[in-house]
Design a protein around this ligand. Structure first.
Ligand SMILES: Cc1cc2nc3c(=O)[nH]c(=O)nc-3n(C[C@H](O)[C@H](O)[C@H](O)COP(=O)(O)OP(=O)(O)OC[C@H]3O[C@@H](n4cnc5c(N)ncnc54)[C@H](O)[C@@H]3O)c2cc1C
Length: 399
Protein backbone atom coordinates (compact mmCIF):
# COMPACT_ATOMS: atom_id res chain seq x y z
CA UNK A 1 0.00 0.00 0.00
CA UNK A 2 1.19 3.51 -0.85
CA UNK A 3 -0.12 6.50 1.10
CA UNK A 4 0.25 10.20 0.21
CA UNK A 5 -0.08 12.73 3.02
CA UNK A 6 -0.84 16.37 2.29
CA UNK A 7 0.47 18.62 5.09
CA UNK A 8 3.43 18.20 7.42
CA UNK A 9 2.06 19.72 10.66
CA UNK A 10 1.70 17.77 13.89
CA UNK A 11 -1.01 15.47 12.45
CA UNK A 12 0.70 14.77 9.10
CA UNK A 13 4.11 14.02 10.61
CA UNK A 14 2.58 11.83 13.36
CA UNK A 15 0.75 9.84 10.66
CA UNK A 16 3.84 9.50 8.47
CA UNK A 17 5.83 8.10 11.40
CA UNK A 18 3.01 5.79 12.55
CA UNK A 19 2.73 4.37 8.99
CA UNK A 20 6.49 3.92 8.64
CA UNK A 21 6.51 2.07 11.99
CA UNK A 22 4.01 -0.39 10.46
CA UNK A 23 6.04 -0.83 7.27
CA UNK A 24 3.59 1.11 5.08
CA UNK A 25 4.99 3.07 2.12
CA UNK A 26 4.31 6.78 2.64
CA UNK A 27 5.18 10.13 1.07
CA UNK A 28 4.44 13.51 2.67
CA UNK A 29 3.94 16.81 0.80
CA UNK A 30 4.35 20.11 2.66
CA UNK A 31 3.71 23.47 1.03
CA UNK A 32 6.32 25.30 3.16
CA UNK A 33 9.99 25.15 2.05
CA UNK A 34 10.95 23.37 5.30
CA UNK A 35 9.35 21.98 8.44
CA UNK A 36 8.53 24.75 10.87
CA UNK A 37 6.16 25.45 13.72
CA UNK A 38 4.85 28.67 15.17
CA UNK A 39 6.26 29.69 18.53
CA UNK A 40 3.64 28.64 21.03
CA UNK A 41 3.07 26.16 23.80
CA UNK A 42 0.88 23.11 23.75
CA UNK A 43 -0.65 21.02 26.51
CA UNK A 44 0.03 17.34 25.83
CA UNK A 45 -2.71 15.73 27.86
CA UNK A 46 -2.63 12.06 29.04
CA UNK A 47 -4.67 10.78 26.07
CA UNK A 48 -2.04 12.15 23.65
CA UNK A 49 0.84 10.98 25.87
CA UNK A 50 -0.50 7.40 25.68
CA UNK A 51 -0.24 7.51 21.87
CA UNK A 52 3.23 9.06 21.89
CA UNK A 53 4.36 6.38 24.36
CA UNK A 54 2.94 3.62 22.12
CA UNK A 55 5.02 5.08 19.28
CA UNK A 56 8.15 4.54 21.38
CA UNK A 57 8.80 8.24 22.02
CA UNK A 58 8.19 8.54 25.77
CA UNK A 59 11.77 9.30 26.80
CA UNK A 60 12.11 11.86 24.01
CA UNK A 61 8.82 13.48 25.07
CA UNK A 62 9.88 13.66 28.72
CA UNK A 63 13.11 15.36 27.71
CA UNK A 64 11.25 18.33 26.13
CA UNK A 65 8.43 18.59 28.67
CA UNK A 66 7.43 20.48 31.77
CA UNK A 67 5.11 18.66 34.21
CA UNK A 68 2.49 20.99 35.66
CA UNK A 69 1.37 20.49 39.25
CA UNK A 70 -2.32 21.23 38.67
CA UNK A 71 -4.97 22.78 36.47
CA UNK A 72 -6.02 25.84 38.44
CA UNK A 73 -8.95 28.19 37.84
CA UNK A 74 -8.41 31.73 39.14
CA UNK A 75 -10.40 34.93 39.37
CA UNK A 76 -9.06 37.47 36.85
CA UNK A 77 -8.70 40.29 39.36
CA UNK A 78 -8.06 38.69 42.76
CA UNK A 79 -6.32 35.42 41.69
CA UNK A 80 -8.62 33.59 44.11
CA UNK A 81 -8.75 29.89 43.22
CA UNK A 82 -12.07 28.56 41.92
CA UNK A 83 -10.82 25.04 41.34
CA UNK A 84 -7.58 23.04 41.59
CA UNK A 85 -7.29 19.75 39.73
CA UNK A 86 -4.06 17.93 40.73
CA UNK A 87 -2.14 16.70 37.67
CA UNK A 88 1.44 15.71 38.48
CA UNK A 89 0.50 13.28 41.25
CA UNK A 90 -2.88 12.10 39.92
CA UNK A 91 -2.70 11.72 36.13
CA UNK A 92 -0.49 8.61 35.99
CA UNK A 93 -2.74 6.67 38.37
CA UNK A 94 -6.08 8.04 37.12
CA UNK A 95 -5.46 8.12 33.37
CA UNK A 96 -2.44 5.87 32.89
CA UNK A 97 -0.09 8.63 31.69
CA UNK A 98 1.31 12.01 32.79
CA UNK A 99 0.23 15.49 31.67
CA UNK A 100 2.94 17.57 29.97
CA UNK A 101 3.50 21.08 28.62
CA UNK A 102 5.79 21.44 25.61
CA UNK A 103 6.78 23.93 22.95
CA UNK A 104 5.00 23.20 19.65
CA UNK A 105 8.25 23.14 17.69
CA UNK A 106 9.68 20.51 20.07
CA UNK A 107 6.55 18.33 19.77
CA UNK A 108 6.57 18.63 15.99
CA UNK A 109 10.27 17.72 15.84
CA UNK A 110 9.55 14.58 17.88
CA UNK A 111 7.76 13.18 14.80
CA UNK A 112 9.38 15.12 11.94
CA UNK A 113 12.97 14.32 12.86
CA UNK A 114 12.24 10.58 12.56
CA UNK A 115 10.90 10.71 8.99
CA UNK A 116 13.61 9.96 6.41
CA UNK A 117 14.27 12.94 4.11
CA UNK A 118 13.43 10.97 0.96
CA UNK A 119 9.86 10.51 2.25
CA UNK A 120 9.15 14.27 2.21
CA UNK A 121 8.73 16.85 -0.55
CA UNK A 122 8.74 20.48 0.56
CA UNK A 123 7.44 23.55 -1.27
CA UNK A 124 4.65 21.53 -2.88
CA UNK A 125 1.13 22.83 -2.30
CA UNK A 126 -1.80 20.59 -3.08
CA UNK A 127 -4.53 22.28 -5.12
CA UNK A 128 -7.05 19.41 -5.42
CA UNK A 129 -7.57 15.67 -5.04
CA UNK A 130 -9.64 13.22 -7.06
CA UNK A 131 -10.62 9.55 -7.05
CA UNK A 132 -9.07 7.23 -9.62
CA UNK A 133 -10.23 3.71 -10.56
CA UNK A 134 -7.57 2.22 -8.26
CA UNK A 135 -7.06 4.86 -5.57
CA UNK A 136 -6.62 8.64 -5.57
CA UNK A 137 -4.53 11.39 -7.12
CA UNK A 138 -3.34 14.68 -5.64
CA UNK A 139 -2.65 17.64 -7.95
CA UNK A 140 -0.22 20.40 -6.99
CA UNK A 141 -0.01 24.09 -7.82
CA UNK A 142 3.23 23.42 -9.78
CA UNK A 143 1.25 21.22 -12.19
CA UNK A 144 2.58 17.90 -10.83
CA UNK A 145 0.49 14.99 -9.56
CA UNK A 146 0.94 12.07 -7.15
CA UNK A 147 -1.06 8.84 -7.31
CA UNK A 148 -1.51 6.53 -4.34
CA UNK A 149 -3.79 3.89 -2.87
CA UNK A 150 -4.83 6.48 -0.29
CA UNK A 151 -4.45 10.27 0.01
CA UNK A 152 -4.81 11.82 3.48
CA UNK A 153 -5.51 15.53 3.86
CA UNK A 154 -3.65 16.66 6.99
CA UNK A 155 -3.45 20.20 5.65
CA UNK A 156 -4.95 22.05 8.58
CA UNK A 157 -7.84 24.38 9.17
CA UNK A 158 -7.88 25.81 5.61
CA UNK A 159 -7.61 22.34 4.04
CA UNK A 160 -7.44 22.25 0.25
CA UNK A 161 -8.21 18.50 0.40
CA UNK A 162 -11.40 19.10 2.40
CA UNK A 163 -12.44 21.87 0.00
CA UNK A 164 -11.83 19.57 -2.94
CA UNK A 165 -13.92 16.76 -1.42
CA UNK A 166 -16.70 18.58 0.36
CA UNK A 167 -16.63 22.21 -0.85
CA UNK A 168 -15.52 25.25 1.09
CA UNK A 169 -17.27 25.20 4.47
CA UNK A 170 -18.18 28.62 5.75
CA UNK A 171 -16.27 29.26 8.98
CA UNK A 172 -18.18 31.26 11.60
CA UNK A 173 -16.31 33.98 13.48
CA UNK A 174 -16.93 33.28 17.19
CA UNK A 175 -16.52 36.86 18.37
CA UNK A 176 -13.27 35.85 20.13
CA UNK A 177 -9.68 36.65 19.35
CA UNK A 178 -6.58 35.27 20.96
CA UNK A 179 -3.18 36.82 21.77
CA UNK A 180 -0.29 34.44 22.17
CA UNK A 181 3.30 34.82 23.27
CA UNK A 182 6.12 32.70 24.65
CA UNK A 183 8.26 34.49 27.24
CA UNK A 184 11.71 32.93 27.86
CA UNK A 185 13.39 33.22 31.29
CA UNK A 186 16.85 32.61 32.65
CA UNK A 187 15.64 31.84 36.15
CA UNK A 188 12.73 29.58 36.98
CA UNK A 189 10.30 28.95 38.39
CA UNK A 190 9.22 32.60 38.61
CA UNK A 191 7.67 33.65 41.91
CA UNK A 192 4.74 35.28 40.07
CA UNK A 193 3.93 32.35 37.72
CA UNK A 194 2.88 29.18 39.52
CA UNK A 195 4.02 25.82 38.07
CA UNK A 196 0.47 25.02 36.97
CA UNK A 197 -1.77 25.30 33.97
CA UNK A 198 -3.50 28.47 35.17
CA UNK A 199 -6.88 29.47 33.76
CA UNK A 200 -7.66 33.10 34.67
CA UNK A 201 -11.37 33.70 34.06
CA UNK A 202 -12.77 37.22 33.66
CA UNK A 203 -15.81 38.82 32.09
CA UNK A 204 -15.72 38.37 28.29
CA UNK A 205 -12.12 37.09 28.42
CA UNK A 206 -9.79 34.43 29.81
CA UNK A 207 -6.04 33.81 29.95
CA UNK A 208 -4.13 30.53 30.15
CA UNK A 209 -0.47 30.50 31.24
CA UNK A 210 1.94 27.62 31.67
CA UNK A 211 5.64 26.75 31.53
CA UNK A 212 7.13 25.13 28.41
CA UNK A 213 10.66 24.26 27.19
CA UNK A 214 11.31 22.24 30.34
CA UNK A 215 10.39 25.31 32.45
CA UNK A 216 12.61 27.86 30.69
CA UNK A 217 9.71 29.81 29.12
CA UNK A 218 6.09 30.67 29.87
CA UNK A 219 3.38 30.32 27.24
CA UNK A 220 0.56 32.87 27.22
CA UNK A 221 -2.80 32.37 25.50
CA UNK A 222 -5.09 35.35 26.13
CA UNK A 223 -8.58 35.20 24.65
CA UNK A 224 -10.91 38.18 24.53
CA UNK A 225 -14.16 39.05 22.81
CA UNK A 226 -14.07 41.51 19.93
CA UNK A 227 -16.66 42.89 17.54
CA UNK A 228 -14.76 42.44 14.30
CA UNK A 229 -12.06 40.26 12.84
CA UNK A 230 -11.33 39.26 9.29
CA UNK A 231 -8.44 36.85 9.22
CA UNK A 232 -8.24 33.21 10.34
CA UNK A 233 -4.52 33.11 10.92
CA UNK A 234 -2.20 32.29 13.79
CA UNK A 235 0.39 34.81 12.84
CA UNK A 236 -1.00 38.32 12.69
CA UNK A 237 1.62 40.46 14.49
CA UNK A 238 0.44 42.25 17.63
CA UNK A 239 2.38 43.97 20.41
CA UNK A 240 2.99 43.95 24.14
CA UNK A 241 1.13 47.29 24.41
CA UNK A 242 -1.93 45.94 22.62
CA UNK A 243 -1.95 42.89 24.91
CA UNK A 244 -1.58 45.02 28.04
CA UNK A 245 -4.33 47.40 26.90
CA UNK A 246 -6.74 44.51 26.19
CA UNK A 247 -6.25 43.16 29.74
CA UNK A 248 -5.99 46.43 31.69
CA UNK A 249 -7.10 45.95 35.30
CA UNK A 250 -6.30 42.20 35.42
CA UNK A 251 -4.21 40.74 38.25
CA UNK A 252 -0.73 42.33 38.66
CA UNK A 253 1.05 38.96 38.29
CA UNK A 254 -0.46 38.51 34.84
CA UNK A 255 0.32 42.06 33.76
CA UNK A 256 3.90 41.66 34.99
CA UNK A 257 4.22 38.56 32.81
CA UNK A 258 2.62 40.31 29.81
CA UNK A 259 5.11 43.14 30.32
CA UNK A 260 7.96 40.68 29.53
CA UNK A 261 6.49 39.56 26.18
CA UNK A 262 8.69 40.80 23.35
CA UNK A 263 6.91 39.06 20.54
CA UNK A 264 3.10 38.91 20.54
CA UNK A 265 0.80 37.47 17.85
CA UNK A 266 -2.95 37.46 17.54
CA UNK A 267 -5.49 35.14 16.01
CA UNK A 268 -9.20 35.26 15.23
CA UNK A 269 -11.16 32.27 16.55
CA UNK A 270 -13.43 30.71 13.92
CA UNK A 271 -15.73 27.75 14.36
CA UNK A 272 -17.17 25.05 12.09
CA UNK A 273 -19.77 22.38 12.76
CA UNK A 274 -18.66 18.72 13.01
CA UNK A 275 -18.77 16.93 9.64
CA UNK A 276 -20.82 13.74 9.10
CA UNK A 277 -17.99 12.08 7.07
CA UNK A 278 -14.35 12.70 6.26
CA UNK A 279 -13.75 10.19 3.48
CA UNK A 280 -14.61 9.88 -0.20
CA UNK A 281 -13.29 6.78 -1.96
CA UNK A 282 -9.59 6.47 -1.18
CA UNK A 283 -9.26 10.02 0.21
CA UNK A 284 -9.71 11.02 3.83
CA UNK A 285 -8.99 13.83 6.30
CA UNK A 286 -7.13 14.03 9.61
CA UNK A 287 -6.55 16.61 12.37
CA UNK A 288 -7.75 20.20 11.89
CA UNK A 289 -8.66 19.45 8.27
CA UNK A 290 -11.27 16.97 9.57
CA UNK A 291 -12.38 18.56 12.84
CA UNK A 292 -11.18 22.12 13.43
CA UNK A 293 -11.93 22.99 17.04
CA UNK A 294 -11.75 25.95 19.35
CA UNK A 295 -8.69 25.73 21.64
CA UNK A 296 -10.66 25.83 24.94
CA UNK A 297 -10.04 22.17 25.85
CA UNK A 298 -6.47 22.22 24.44
CA UNK A 299 -7.13 19.19 22.24
CA UNK A 300 -6.45 20.11 18.59
CA UNK A 301 -3.02 18.50 18.47
CA UNK A 302 -4.07 15.71 20.81
CA UNK A 303 -6.93 14.74 18.50
CA UNK A 304 -4.64 14.91 15.44
CA UNK A 305 -2.13 12.57 17.15
CA UNK A 306 -4.91 10.15 18.15
CA UNK A 307 -6.29 10.23 14.55
CA UNK A 308 -2.82 9.42 13.20
CA UNK A 309 -2.36 6.37 15.41
CA UNK A 310 -5.86 5.02 14.77
CA UNK A 311 -5.69 5.54 10.99
CA UNK A 312 -2.30 3.81 10.81
CA UNK A 313 -3.61 0.89 12.91
CA UNK A 314 -6.75 0.57 10.75
CA UNK A 315 -4.66 0.58 7.55
CA UNK A 316 -2.32 -2.06 8.95
CA UNK A 317 -5.27 -4.24 10.01
CA UNK A 318 -7.85 -3.60 7.26
CA UNK A 319 -8.30 -5.94 4.32
CA UNK A 320 -8.96 -2.95 2.03
CA UNK A 321 -8.58 0.83 2.15
CA UNK A 322 -12.39 1.10 2.25
CA UNK A 323 -12.56 -1.18 5.33
CA UNK A 324 -9.78 0.78 7.00
CA UNK A 325 -11.45 4.14 6.36
CA UNK A 326 -14.79 2.99 7.64
CA UNK A 327 -13.14 1.62 10.84
CA UNK A 328 -11.20 4.92 11.19
CA UNK A 329 -14.34 7.06 10.92
CA UNK A 330 -16.29 4.78 13.26
CA UNK A 331 -13.63 5.22 15.96
CA UNK A 332 -12.77 8.86 15.45
CA UNK A 333 -15.92 10.73 14.36
CA UNK A 334 -17.94 10.40 17.60
CA UNK A 335 -15.00 11.33 19.84
CA UNK A 336 -13.79 14.34 17.87
CA UNK A 337 -17.37 15.56 17.43
CA UNK A 338 -17.86 15.61 21.20
CA UNK A 339 -14.55 17.41 21.76
CA UNK A 340 -15.49 20.01 19.09
CA UNK A 341 -18.89 20.66 20.68
CA UNK A 342 -17.64 20.73 24.28
CA UNK A 343 -14.78 23.09 23.32
CA UNK A 344 -17.41 25.44 21.93
CA UNK A 345 -19.41 25.22 25.15
CA UNK A 346 -16.34 25.91 27.39
CA UNK A 347 -15.81 29.20 25.55
CA UNK A 348 -19.24 30.33 26.74
CA UNK A 349 -18.72 29.22 30.36
CA UNK A 350 -15.27 30.81 30.72
CA UNK A 351 -16.51 34.24 29.58
CA UNK A 352 -19.72 34.64 31.59
CA UNK A 353 -20.20 38.18 32.81
CA UNK A 354 -23.55 38.66 34.57
CA UNK A 355 -23.13 38.64 38.38
CA UNK A 356 -25.76 35.92 38.87
CA UNK A 357 -24.31 33.64 36.18
CA UNK A 358 -20.82 34.16 37.58
CA UNK A 359 -21.91 33.38 41.11
CA UNK A 360 -23.64 30.18 39.93
CA UNK A 361 -20.65 29.08 37.83
CA UNK A 362 -18.07 29.73 40.54
CA UNK A 363 -20.17 28.01 43.23
CA UNK A 364 -20.53 25.00 40.93
CA UNK A 365 -16.75 24.89 40.43
CA UNK A 366 -16.16 24.97 44.19
CA UNK A 367 -18.83 22.41 45.11
CA UNK A 368 -17.78 20.00 42.37
CA UNK A 369 -14.14 20.39 43.47
CA UNK A 370 -15.07 19.35 47.00
CA UNK A 371 -16.69 16.16 45.70
CA UNK A 372 -14.14 15.29 42.98
CA UNK A 373 -11.64 17.85 41.62
CA UNK A 374 -11.26 15.83 38.42
CA UNK A 375 -14.90 16.44 37.56
CA UNK A 376 -14.68 20.18 38.21
CA UNK A 377 -12.94 22.99 36.33
CA UNK A 378 -12.57 22.35 32.63
CA UNK A 379 -14.14 18.86 33.06
CA UNK A 380 -11.84 17.07 30.64
CA UNK A 381 -11.45 13.78 32.56
CA UNK A 382 -13.45 11.89 29.89
CA UNK A 383 -10.93 13.10 27.29
CA UNK A 384 -7.86 12.11 29.32
CA UNK A 385 -9.25 8.63 30.17
CA UNK A 386 -9.40 7.57 26.52
CA UNK A 387 -6.68 5.28 25.17
CA UNK A 388 -6.57 5.44 21.36
CA UNK A 389 -3.90 2.73 21.29
CA UNK A 390 -6.37 0.05 22.47
CA UNK A 391 -8.64 -1.83 20.07
CA UNK A 392 -12.12 -0.26 19.93
CA UNK A 393 -14.79 -1.57 22.31
CA UNK A 394 -17.06 -4.03 20.52
CA UNK A 395 -20.35 -2.31 19.60
CA UNK A 396 -23.13 -3.14 22.08
CA UNK A 397 -25.28 -5.85 20.50
CA UNK A 398 -28.97 -5.09 20.10
CA UNK A 399 -31.08 -6.76 22.82
C1 LIG B 1 -3.55 29.28 20.57
C2 LIG B 1 -3.68 27.82 20.35
C3 LIG B 1 -3.42 26.97 21.39
C4 LIG B 1 -3.54 25.60 21.20
N1 LIG B 1 -3.29 24.80 22.26
C5 LIG B 1 -3.37 23.47 22.10
C6 LIG B 1 -3.07 22.60 23.18
O1 LIG B 1 -2.71 23.04 24.28
N2 LIG B 1 -3.16 21.25 23.00
C7 LIG B 1 -3.55 20.74 21.78
O2 LIG B 1 -3.63 19.51 21.66
N3 LIG B 1 -3.84 21.55 20.71
C8 LIG B 1 -3.76 22.89 20.84
N4 LIG B 1 -4.01 23.71 19.78
C9 LIG B 1 -4.46 23.15 18.48
C10 LIG B 1 -3.39 22.49 17.65
O3 LIG B 1 -2.25 23.28 17.57
C11 LIG B 1 -3.90 22.17 16.24
O4 LIG B 1 -5.18 21.60 16.34
C12 LIG B 1 -2.94 21.20 15.56
O5 LIG B 1 -1.74 21.86 15.27
C13 LIG B 1 -3.53 20.64 14.26
O6 LIG B 1 -2.56 19.88 13.60
P1 LIG B 1 -2.73 19.56 12.05
O7 LIG B 1 -1.55 18.76 11.66
O8 LIG B 1 -4.08 19.02 11.79
O9 LIG B 1 -2.70 20.98 11.31
P2 LIG B 1 -1.53 22.04 11.22
O10 LIG B 1 -0.63 21.95 12.39
O11 LIG B 1 -2.17 23.33 10.89
O12 LIG B 1 -0.66 21.55 9.96
C14 LIG B 1 -1.11 21.66 8.64
C15 LIG B 1 0.12 21.61 7.73
O13 LIG B 1 -0.33 21.50 6.38
C16 LIG B 1 0.42 22.40 5.57
N5 LIG B 1 -0.46 22.73 4.43
C17 LIG B 1 -1.56 23.51 4.45
N6 LIG B 1 -2.13 23.55 3.24
C18 LIG B 1 -1.37 22.79 2.43
C19 LIG B 1 -1.46 22.43 1.05
N7 LIG B 1 -2.45 22.88 0.26
N8 LIG B 1 -0.52 21.60 0.52
C20 LIG B 1 0.50 21.12 1.31
N9 LIG B 1 0.64 21.44 2.61
C21 LIG B 1 -0.30 22.25 3.18
C22 LIG B 1 0.72 23.57 6.48
O14 LIG B 1 1.83 24.33 6.02
C23 LIG B 1 1.00 22.84 7.80
O15 LIG B 1 2.34 22.46 7.91
C24 LIG B 1 -3.91 25.07 19.93
C25 LIG B 1 -4.14 25.93 18.86
C26 LIG B 1 -4.03 27.28 19.09
C27 LIG B 1 -4.27 28.18 17.91
Amino acid sequence: MRVGIIGGGIGGTALALALLQRGIDVHLFERAPAFGEVGAGIQVTPNAVKVIRAMGLMDALRAISFTPQALVGRNWKTAREMWRTPLADDCPSLYGAPFFHVHRADLHALFAARIPAERVTFARACSSVARTPTGAVASFTDGGTFEADLIVGADGIQSAVRASLFGTAQARFTGNMCYRAVVPFDTQPLDYVSPDSSFWLGPHAHVVTYYVCGGRAVNIVAVTETASWIEESWNVPSSRDELLAAFAGWHPNLLRLFGQADSVFKWGLFDRDPMPHWSDGAITLLGDAAHPMLPFLSQGAGMAIEDAFVLASCLAAGATVADALSAYEAQRLPRTRRVQLESRERGRTYHLSSPLALWRRDMTYRLRSLINPHRSGIKANWIYEHDATLPPEPAASAA
